[in-house]
Design a protein around this ligand. Sequence first.
Ligand code: ATP
Ligand code: MG
Length: 362
Amino acid sequence: MDKIILTGDRPTGRLHIGHYVGSLRRRVELQNSGEYKKTFIMIADAQALTDNIENPEKIRQNIIEVALDYLACGLDPAKSTLFIQSQIPELCELTFYYMDLVTVSRLQRNPTVKSEIQMRNFEASIPVGFFTYPISQAADITAFKATTVPVGDDQLPMIEQTKEIVHKFNSVYKPVLVEPKALLPSNDACMRLPGVDGKAKMSKSLGNCIYLADSADDVSNTILRKMYTDPQHLRVEDPGHLEGNMVFTYLDAFCKEEHFERYLPEYANLDELKGHYTRGGLGDMKVKRFLNSVLQEELEPIRQRRKEWEKDIPAIYEILKKGSETAREVAAQTLSEVKSAMRINYFEDEELIRAQAAKYEA
Ligand code: ATP
Ligand code: MG
C-alpha cells in the first residue's frame, strides 16, 4: 500500500517551537525521505472556527502566518501539497456521513476534547461543531487515505477515533477507508513540549510560547529572563532539580552532542551537564546561555527563510490555491468511493435504474 502523510495545524496564531519538535521538524524529514508517495499538509481553518466563531478575522489573518512558518521550516510545495481545509467541501460531506457512525457518549469520552472544553470554559455551552471536531478530523485523514499522521501526543485520541470510524465504515459498507497510524516524536520532551512558564503544554491559547518567527532578541529575552527553572535552586552550590525544569526539558528537545563542542566544551554531553546541575555548583544562567545558543542555531535559518518568503506573499496564496485544487481532486475521489459503498450513488448506477424499471414492467 502507498504510504501517504496527512497532518496540519489550526491557524489560530503563528507556530511555536512546540509545533516544531512535536510535528513540523518530522514532517520536513519525512517529506524529504522519499518514502512517502504523497504528503498533504492542511491549514485547519474550519476546525479553528469551531472555537473562534466570533473572531473569523483572526483565522483569516493567521492562514498566511502558518503558511510562512511551514515554508520557513522547509516544507516544499514541490514535494508536499499545502492546502486550506475550508476549500475542500468534500470534507464536510464525509463528516456528515461519519457522524452516523459515532455515538455522543463516545465523543464525550475523548480526553483531549474534555480538557479543551474545560480550558475554554465551554462546559455550559459547547458549540456542536467543536464537540464533533474529532469526526471532522477523521474526515480530513481518511479523505486522503493517509497511512501516517505525524502529531504530538495530544492528538492520539483523534487518531483512535478515526480508526474506529474506519473500522465501522469498512465493516458496515465496503473496505474503502484506510486505517491511519500516528507518528509520535521520539522523546517525551518533544511529545508535549511544556510552556516557558512550566505549564503542561506550550500552546497558542495559553500564551506561553517561543514562536518560530520571534526575533533573536525576543528568544534570548524569554530564555534568560522568563524561563522557569528550579525554584529551589537559589545559590549556585545548591543541588538543582531537573523535573519540571524547562531549561533542561528544552535541552532534551533540541540539544545534540555537537552543540557541546561548539558552545560548552567543558562537558561532553547532556548527561554530564545534568549530573553537574543535580550535584550542585552549576548556575542556571550558564545553562540558560547554552540553551540560547542551541536554539538560536536551530531557529536562525528558519527566520532567514521566512524573511525571504515574506517578500512574496501573493506567491504563497497561489501555492495554497494550487494545493487546495490538488487536494480537492483526491478528496472527491474518496468521497465518490464512499458514496458508492453507502449505496447513495443513484445516478451512476445503471443497474439500479434498470432493476427499478423491471419491477414495474412486470
Ligand atoms: P490551539 O491552542 O489553537 O489548539 P495549539 O498550539 O494546540 O493551538 P494545534 O494547531 O492545535 O496547536 O496543534 C498542531 C500540531 O502541533 C498537533 O500535531 C499538536 O500535537 C502539535 N503540538 C501543539 N502543541 C504542541 C506542544 N506543545 N508540544 C508538542 N506538539 C505540539
Ligand atoms: Mg490544539
